[in-house]
Design a protein around this ligand. Structure first.
Ligand code: PA5
Length: 481
């Protein structure tokens, strides 16, 4: 078990030891770990990762490890936080609804922040209950005409209610997020919504654009923003989509929800500090990387099931899927040798998937590591009441806290898997706060960076997603004819 001073814990008892990944396995990677750790140091200091190139084949810096450090001259700085505060001040007690438009790295992290901070029923709360912050909707995460129509109708309905209750127009802000500024999924939804909402007499529409800030080679979105006078925030060079939750992609939405940005970044920063030690047993990211790497290479565990316990954590699992898949699923290594590397990620959530996937985890192929996330102390809890004393089975579970029942379920799952040679591990957050969330997500990001070095693959490119794009572009043009 590795525990940090913050209480963040990595419990790897069911992944390491006799009949699992062994001490000898870890030892066999001693030299590689040293090299990987050295590479992380260079990445932090210079933004350099050996053999990493951008999608245009140019040398590109890797800067995600700078993001937690809020310093003048850094990507996140006191002045950039001030600029974000401007967005907070603008939306609070003013904007009725924000629509966060984006896909992939420009969506997944924002969804995590919304789910963990706001929860499912945020939009149904009163203005007071939301602390004056707007309702939040998502779009652009698919090209689904039905969902887009439903969202437009919902926003029109909301504007109608505001008109009749407050005698004013509904104020909607489209937060359109695209690093490249031209992604079809995001921009098609944006254009459809912009067009539909602009025509609506009960709606006052605003746009804020989050995109590559380069003025010399502006993205389409940047150009539009300049022309139309929209406020802009940045997706800086050197920060790939899967790391962008720590830059203004995630932070701009955080600003619209009143989330404690500094605390989120402090969690990431403290985790980065913890990951600076070269002692693998004290460095959560390095330890997680080597145990999963060894489980894969030496024990055939090529699937990682990310299974947090708690509904609002499901999107953490979805965020992690992208992180693992895009970072490590690579056909060629850094020397150009074909390796077809990568552990396959899988989304699950406890207790829900114990009633479906667990059969496969428990008895299917011996090819998985099940990675749990546990919240030690829940902000809200219930003692299950004894409302049907005549029903013995129900009376038996009364008097138990829901959070304890949740943990007993998780622990039982872990024990059952371990008893049948099924590797599993658990990240434990003392509480579901933005600080601990920052710790967890940053540790996972740093962990794939370590594993990229161990496997000798570039963890920061994603050439595989270009293949379908090359086919799709001409097909779309064909459609227009
Ligand atoms: O990780 C990635 O790079 C992708 O998932 C992108 O974030 C996604 O394709 C969206 O790209 P963009 O932000 O350029 O619209």
């Amino acid at each position: 078990m590795l525990q940090l001073a913050s209480g963040f814990t990595f419990d790897y008892d069911n992944l390491f030891g006799e009949g699992k990944v062994t001490e000898a396995d870890v030892k066999s990677y001693e030299a590689d770990l040293k090299k990987a750790h050295e590479a992380m140091k260079v990445m932090r200091e210079k933004g350099f990762i050996k053999a990493h190139l951008s999608k245009d084949g140019d040398p590109e810096k890797v800067l995600f490890s700078e993001l937690p450090y809020v310093e003048e001259g850094h990507l996140n700085s006191p002045s950039s936080l001030k600029h974000l505060q401007k967005l907070t001040d603008h939306v609070k007690n003013n904007i009725d609804a924000v629509v966060s438009l984006g896909i992939g790295g420009s969506y997944l992290g924002n969804r995590v922040l919304f789910d963990t901070y706001c929860g499912e029923f945020w939009n149904d709360k009163t203005d007071e209950e939301r602390g004056g912050f707007p309702r939040i909707y998502f779009s652009g995460n698919n090209i689904d005409p039905r969902r887009t129509k439903d969202l437009i109708d919902q926003l029109k309905r909301l504007a109608g209610v505001i008109k009749s209750h407050k005698k004013r127009k509904g104020k909607i802000l489209l937060l359109v997020i695209s690093k490249s500024g031209g992604t079809l999924d995001t921009m098609s939804n944006f254009m459809v919504m912009y067009d539909a909402l602009l025509k609506e007499e009960n709606i006052e529409l605003e746009v804020v654009a989050v995109t590559d800030p380069n003025e010399e080679k502006p993205t389409l979105l940047k150009k539009l923003a300049n022309e139309k006078g929209w406020e802009t925030y940045s997706v800086p060079d050197g920060v790939g989509g899967r790391f962008s939750i720590f830059c203004e992609v995630g932070l701009s939405l955080a600003a619209c929800m009143g989330l404690d940005i500094e605390s989120f970044l402090k969690g990431a920063r403290d985790m980065d500090e913890a990951c600076k030690t070269e002692d693998v047993w004290k460095n959560p990211a390095m330890l997680n990387a080597v145990l999963k790497f060894a489980a894969y290479k030496k024990h055939g565990r090529s699937i990682e099931v990310m299974m947090p316990y708690g509904d609002y954590l499901k999107s953490v699992s979805e965020w992690y899927i992208q992180l693992l898949a895009e970072s490590l699923g690579k056909q060629y290594d850094k020397d150009g040798k074909e390796v077809c590397y990568g552990r396959t990620p899988c989304v699950a959530v406890g207790t829900t998937d114990m009633h479906s996937q667990t059969q496969q985890h428990q008895e299917g192929m011996l090819d998985k590591v099940v990675q749990f996330i546990k919240i030690k102390k829940w902000a809200n809890d219930f003692v299950i009441p004894n409302v049907f004393p005549e029903a013995q089975k129900l009376a038996d579970i009364s008097g138990v806290k829901m959070s304890d029942a949740l943990e007993v379920a998780r622990q039982s799952n872990a024990d059952a898997l371990a008893s049948n040679g099924r590797y599993n591990a658990c990240f434990i957050l003392p509480e579901l706060t933005m600080y601990h969330l920052g710790e967890l997500l940053y540790m996972l990001a740093m962990s794939v960076a370590y594993e990229g070095e161990l496997a000798n693959v570039d963890a920061f490119n994603q050439p595989g997603v270009e293949a379908y794009k090359r086919i799709m572009g001409p097909k779309l043009q064909e459609l227009k004819k």
